[in-house]
Design a protein around this ligand. Structure first.
Ligand SMILES: [Zn+2]
Length: 262
């Protein structure tokens, strides 16, 4: 991920808030109270087709979040996303509607304001100062992401993306659906290219997940060429580690980790 200069701003804003509120533990990140501290009212309402909404009337902002979102972590992320718009886009956005499809859009090919709101949300819920010590020396994968999603009260996908942002390991997170790659995020250290074909290769865990209806598949011996450009799909000496989970919203989500030199 090559961050543009403007994308540094939401991260800085979130860190400033964390410092100002003297937050030292994930349990202290109460997003409703942070909103209240900023004079923003948060309410839960019945909504159809949307997860959240931000409205600004006469300069006062109000955030609504869909009442029947099942997971508290997802609710918190929606509130944090809308709070990002409140702080970052005072002139641009008077109304923001977080549609169901937008709420699961982690692609970098979307409006920059949406990326900024997601970056703010990720950093306020998982500030680097608290997140980094919890990933250092840990094995990359969904076991860790699930644990951190619980501790930080956010979604597994949001954790996976924050992990990609801060890890020193060579990793790529890839979402795919119906056998096609949808989007991916690479860690800073990642020095490979994904294969040109958008179809998911049959030797990947993502393929096994979708074709066999499984919820999780992990493999340490996935041929490097099934994900990476310039590698063989049959050479079992060049392997990557893949950990994949099934998500109703995304389809397959794969973490591909270059564990050993290839
Ligand atoms: Zn938005």
């Amino acid at each position: 991920m090559k961050p543009l200069a403007r994308f540094a701003i939401p991260v800085v804003k979130a860190r400033e808030l964390i410092a100002e509120l003297r937050i030292e533990d994930p349990s202290e990140i109460e997003i409703d109270l942070i909103a209240a501290h900023l004079g923003v009212m948060v309410q839960e309402t019945e909504m159809v087709g949307s997860d959240g909404r931000m409205m600004r009337i006469d300069g006062a902002a109000r955030i609504s979040v869909r009442k029947d979102i099942k997971f508290p972590g997802q609710k918190r992320f929606v509130i944090a996303h809308e709070l990002g718009h409140v702080l970052l886009h005072p002139k641009l956005r008077q109304i923001d509607e977080l549609s169901l499809s937008q709420a699961s859009n982690w692609s970098l090919n979307q409006e920059p304001e949406e990326i900024e709101a997601n970056l703010f949300a990720a950093e306020i819920l998982m500030p680097k100062s608290l997140f980094l010590p919890r990933i250092q020396g840990r094995e990359p994968g969904f076991a860790l992401f699930n644990e951190l999603a619980g501790e930080f009260g956010t979604t597994v996908t949001a954790v996976a993306i924050q992990f990609i942002r801060y890890t020193r390991e060579e990793c790529v997170l890839i979402a795919s659906r119906k056998g096609q790659r949808a989007w991916f995020h690479t860690s800073e250290a990642f020095s490979f290219r994904l294969r040109d074909e958008m179809e998911i290769h049959e030797f990947t865990c993502a393929h096994e997940l979708e074709s066999e209806g499984k919820n999780t598949v992990r493999g340490d011996d996935v041929p490097a060429g099934s994900w990476l450009k310039g590698y063989s799909t049959t050479d079992n000496m060049e392997c990557v580690t893949e950990d994949a989970i099934w998500s109703a919203r995304f389809g397959a989500l794969s973490l591909v980790w270059i564990k050993d030199d290839i």
